[in-house]
Design a protein around this ligand. Structure first.
Ligand code: E4E
Ligand code: ZN
Length: 373
């Protein structure tokens, strides 16, 4: 077990990279996809099932856990790993993004954000210092700076002002984080879709110095073309020897495009959230299992998939349990989706190591064009 946190680049293929992040709680193979475990659970999944899909690390949320059951309670009970029975690495988001997307009555000042809980209306405050304290109480292995993520579209002045606030908060986050061997603090690049602001943000973060760097401010409704346009230059502005984490992404083709552009880590609610609604991601495209055409289909969801849903059940069964709103429906489809996302991550890690990423990407898109699913 590594005592400290370090990133080893193993191979590159074009801009795509594969490597390993060594942490005291185990290694993270990159490029890595992190299932989202917002309220101390990856919804509908036991932790051992999450591990069985191939995940090395999962994501938790400062915002949700500070409201319920509170970071202090989790700390008193031994920390988030023990609390949720996941002993491998956990990355926690810092709360600012979730406050802006979930909380009510928000007031943003230089100090931080005050807001009302979306659960019970109680009043709370998040600052860089409080966010660092919460993530420390949780026992998070990878801590995110407290930042502000502006909703797009926004005008340049708004984006610049927000990015510069986030850079001042990054400095305060680093000061409050202190020196914690074996724990990492990641800075978050902001700047919207403005190349000059992205450059200014990357320079500001590197002057402060972080263990990893996230590309923030994306996957906020800008669309894939605009996101890829930004990813054509933003990751290159970040240190080559540190992990690069694209927050909140995404659909399978978003993930492949991000890895192609030099991203090492991603997280998204999509596979779990859509699994609960009956939307299955397969090698050949998306299957909405509630559609009547699956009612008598004896085939598995995806013949190439080795997950429990595809190994032991027919489309007809999955269709039935979704139509009858049985709990097993969300469990099986969430497991399948997370398994599929981890399968493409493993295939990309192998392809980059073999120098065959372009050929792999070509087949990835050809398979999805088949359409007869
Ligand atoms: C596709 O899923 C939908 O879209 C959102 C994912 N998109 C996203 N962009 C993000 C940006 C940031 C950021 O700039 N800073 C911090 N600290 N955290 C972030 C978290 C983010 N998540 C989900 O909420 C979901 O509704
Ligand atoms: Zn499957």
């Amino acid at each position: 077990m590594a005592e400290r946190f370090n990133f080893e680049l193993k191979a590159t293929d074009g801009k795509a990279r594969t490597g390993v992040i060594n942490t005291p709680r185990g290694e993270i193979r990159t490029p890595a996809f992190m299932p989202v475990g917002t309220a101390a659970t990856v919804k509908a999944m036991m932790p051992e099932s999450v591990r069985a899909t191939g995940a090395d690390i999962l994501l938790g949320n400062t915002y949700h856990l500070m409201l319920r059951p509170t970071a202090e309670r989790i700390n008193n009970l031994g920390g988030l790993h023990k609390f949720m029975n996941w002993e491998r690495p956990i990355l926690t988001d810092s709360g600012g993004f979730q406050v802006m997307s979930l909380a009510g009555l928000r007031k943003l000042t230089e100090k931080g954000v005050t807001f009302k809980s979306h659960i019970d209306g109680s009043k709370h405050e998040l600052t860089p210092e409080r966010s660092m304290e919460i993530q420390r109480l949780l026992g998070s292995d990878i801590v995110m700076c407290f930042d502000e993520c502006p909703a797009l579209p926004a005008d340049r002045d708004r984006i610049a002002e927000s990015m510069r606030l986030s850079m001042r908060w990054a400095e305060r986050s680093k000061d409050a984080f202190g020196d914690r061997p074996g724990h990492a603090l990641f800075g978050i690049q902001q700047g919207g879709l403005e190349q000059d602001f992205r450059e200014e943000s990357a320079e500001a973060l590197q002057k402060i110095g972080f263990d990893g760097y996230a590309v923030g401010g994306l996957a906020v409704g800008e669309g894939q073309e605009a996101m890829f346009g930004c990813l054509d230059y933003a990751p290159d502005m970040l240190p080559v020897d540190k992990p690069r984490y694209l927050m909140g992404v995404g659909k399978p083709d978003d993930i492949v495009g991000a890895v192609k552009r030099g991203i090492d880590m991603m997280d998204c609610v999509l596979p779990s959230r859509s699994g609960r609604t009956g939307q299955a991601f397969t090698r050949y495209g998306v299957v909405n299992i509630k559609n009547a055409r699956h009612a008598d289909d004896p085939r598995p969801l995806d013949e190439t998939c080795t997950c429990p849903a595809c190994t032991n059940y027919s489309r007809a069964y999955l269709h039935h349990v979704f139509r009858s709103n049985e709990m097993i429906s969300g469990m099986l489809l969430t497991w399948h989706n997370l398994h599929y996302f981890q399968t493409i991550m493993q295939e990309m890690r192998d392809a980059i190591a073999a120098g065959t990423f372009d050929a792999w990407e070509k087949k990835f898109h050809e398979d999805r064009a088949r359409g007869d699913i």
